[in-house]
Every structure is written in C-alpha cells, then in structure tokens.
Ligand binder design. Sequence first.
Ligand code: PAF
Length: 280
Amino acid sequence: MEIISTIQQFCVRRTELSNLGKTLGFVPTMGALHEGHLELMRRAKQENDLLVVSIFVNPIQFNNQEDLKKYPRTLETDMEMLESVNCDLLFFPSVEEMYPEAINDNYDFGKLANVMEGAARPGHFNGVAIVVRKLFEIIEPQKAYFGEKDYQQLAIIQKLVKMIPLSVEIIPCQIVRENDGLAMSSRNMRLSENERFAAPFIFQTLQKAVKLNAVLSPEELKNWVLTKFSTQPEFKIDYVEIAEDQQLQAVTHWNDANGVLIFIAVFLGNVRLIDNMRIF
Ligand code: PAF
C-alpha cells in the first residue's frame, strides 16, 4: 500500500494512474476502521482497478469539540485492516495540508440539511460537504462508496455532486451490523462493556417498529418507539423520525411517500449512536 500525505504528491500519482487508464474506487474515512468500512472497501476494490482510502479526522464537521477530542484514533490497526483488503493507496493528509487557510464555503442543501443530524449538529453537513468535495477534487475517483448508516450524509453527498457538479458516481452500501444487530460504527469502540451489552436494543426496537406500519400511523409508531426507550434508563433519545427517503421530511401518512424509513439518534452514556431502517 502506498501512503501519500500531500495533495501535490497525490495529484502527481493520480495523473500517472489516469494516463495508464486506471479507474479509482474511493472510500473516505475518518479512520477507526471497522468491518463496515472494510465492506465498502472490498466492494470498491472489486468494482475498480484500484482502491483509494482516505483517513482524515475532519475537524470542521464536529460541532462539539469534546466529540472531536474523543474521536477514536487507531492508526496502527487501521493500517493492518487496509492491508487486509489490499488497499492500493492511502491518502493521509494533516489538517494543515487540507486547510492551509480558513474555509468559508457555505452550502445550501435546503430542507434536506435542516432535519435530524442537520438540526441536531449545526454546521456538521457543511463541514462534511467541504471535506468531501475537496477529497473528490484531489482524488478524482470514478466511484465513491458511502454507508447507509449515515443515510442523511449519503443524501447530502448525492446532492453535492449534482450541485457542483462532480462526475464521481456515489455508491450507497447497506448497513453492516454486528451479530447482535448493532450497526457498526467507530463510536462503538467508546461504549463500556455494559453499554455495549445494552446497545442492540436499538436494532431490536427498530426491527419490531418497521413491522407495525399496518396498525399504527407514523406519529403513533414514533410514540411507540419513544415509549419503548422510556423503559431503558441507560438510553437518552435525541430524535426518532419517520421520514420519506428523498428529502428526509417527516411523513404524517404512510401514503405521503413511496419510500419511508425510521431514523433514530440516541445517547448511550455519552456515546451518540445513530441507526435507521427502511419501513417500505
Ligand atoms: O462518514 C465519515 O466517516 C465522514 O463523515 C466522511 C465522509 C469521511 C467525511 O469526513
């Protein structure tokens, strides 16, 4: 695996590869890799000539400095995991390399950015858009892979590449779960043993919830989930939303949209976890 940490060096290498006609499949990450990332990478490796991964903990997408400080950094194991999927190129820039000066770009994603993660974490999606655009412009991949656990992020990035526009194809990938159903996330590493034991309750509740749309309205279903969590004192709900799958706006009737998902953000101790499941 080749490791490149400057933009200039990456651009030189990219030009060489593009002259050789190589296609690049890209998986952007903030490190703390897990099986969910590896699934994206295996797919990217399969569908392209070369797999490019970036590891960059993007400070401007954290609206909470404590969260940024606590974000797990596990470079040594990350490298081993990247080797295990035969990653070809790792782009591993410093903050100074990515942001030599302040960036004031302000993206308007409309109502898509005003709900759920956008409402709970002001500035988060703007920070994501800035870094993802910059990474796409440096790497120029043919395809980029994103997990559906961060469903709203995926929708924002799909909108970003249409808005700019950029020629990269965005490939959504299914949520990868632990055997007990917990959605894989770098944040899971921060759960205590007891919290980790309790965490599958999120998946179990969503799984039951998605079967109730025949008997409950969206509002009733949301309240059903809230009631379930109210019996579990270790969880503190940030939001539960039942929303359509395009602009992610809440639905009041099941026939408001052709595709509807349930979304949840919940604190377990001080670790914030998100998950979602399609209802139809
Ligand atoms: O999903 C993530 O890990 C990050 O938000 C991303 C897409 C790598 C941008 O920093």
